[in-house]
Design a protein around this ligand. Structure first.
Ligand code: ATP
Length: 303
């Protein structure tokens, strides 16, 4: 199976400033991948290079088997830029149809594609509106609709739910999830919860360097973690006993009332009973016990 994105030793500087350093990664068909990193990490720059808006200084950047920016990618790769804007003079329908025409669709096909993508984001009733008449959330959904024109194979979404209220953000997550069988996604977001829901692969960029040890299937990686949320902070004696329970590899305390256990896989299945017995013998109450660790905890461990 050939990779949708293959980057090898990608480097990019702005002036003297190194923004991306020796990036190498692959995205395979069917992947929904998260691009995470603090402000200024280089995420938008990487998106811009993948789309062909910017050139890498060195390295190989292939998208769908073509060099990034190649005309052959027209209609196969699409992107939602971070600050996507609509022209205030035209209706949303006119602009989406125009984008369809730019992809080579006939006027009729562009009109039906416009209607299809607007109904995907629940904006069919707003087709005749201009951007100024839409709320911020509606404009964002219209911009996302634009990224789906022509059923591209690969969609890059830069902060798709930034600024959306929880209900709209959930609707967009459901949409991405429902389309993930038909197309692959690379999603940049600061909402780690969102990425955890949607993505099976994580690219963690920090100061232009990719932390390759987070390239993993989250579900598999999570199998040997348990997160315990306590009613009160654990005392030293309890922590020691928990640490000594059979199967415990490491015990970390990301927050005062939260403990994360990493377990030896062979003993992971029966561990919860031992743990609850230990808590009960200490008269310690817990609020929740969940399988896995959050992506936030994982990134906290790496940073
Ligand atoms: N056109 C440019 N000229 C000079 N420097 C730039 C340019 N674009 C980006 N940079 C710098 O490159 C670095 C990476 O910026 P980039 O926008 O890619 O980060 P980001 O991870 O997308 O950040 P954010 O999460 O804030 O959107 C920053 O230090 C930024 O100042």
């Amino acid at each position: 199976m050939s990779a949708l994105i293959r980057c090898t030793n990608l480097n990019k500087k702005f002036g003297r400033k190194v923004v991306l350093h020796q990036l190498s990664f692959e995205l395979m068909p069917g992947d929904t991948a998260a691009l995470i990193g603090p402000n200024g990490a280089g995420k938008t720059t990487l998106f811009s290079i993948l789309c062909g808006y910017l050139r890498a200084d060195s390295g190989i950047v292939n998208v769908l088997g073509q060099p990034a920016g190649s005309k052959a990618l027209f209609g196969k790769l699409s992107a939602l830029p971070q600050d996507a804007q609509f022209d205030p003079s035209f209706t949303i329908a006119e602009q989406l149809q125009f984008y369809g025409r730019l992809q080579g669709l006939t006027a009729k096909a562009a009109a039906s594609e416009m209607a299809r993508v607007l109904s995907l984001v629940d904006l069919a009733g707003e087709a005749k509106q201009k951007a100024a008449a839409l709320s911020h959330g509606m404009r964002k959904r219209a911009a996302i609709a634009q990224a789906f024109i022509g059923k591209p194979q690969l969609v890059l979404l830069d902060e798709p739910t930034a600024g959306l209220d929880p209900a709209n953000a959930l609707a967009i997550r459901k949409l991405i999830s429902s389309l993930s069988g038909e197309m692959s996604f690379l999603i940049s977001s600061h909402n780690i919860f969102e990425l955890e829901q949607l993505c099976n692969k994580v690219l963690f960029l920090d100061k232009g360097v990719l932390h390759s040890n987070v390239h993993s299937n989250l579900a598999l990686d999570n199998a040997q973690y348990l997160t315990l949320q306590l009613e009160q902070e654990a005392d030293q004696q309890l922590l020691q006993q928990l640490q000594q329970l059979p199967g415990v590899q490491t015990l970390t305390q990301p927050q005062k009332k939260q403990l994360v256990f990493s377990l030896h896989s062979a003993q992971a299945t029966s561990f919860d009973i031992l743990l609850l017995q230990c808590l009960a013998s200490h008269g310690c109450h817990y609020r929740s016990l969940t399988k896995g660790q959050t992506l936030e905890q994982k990134l906290f461990d790496i940073a």
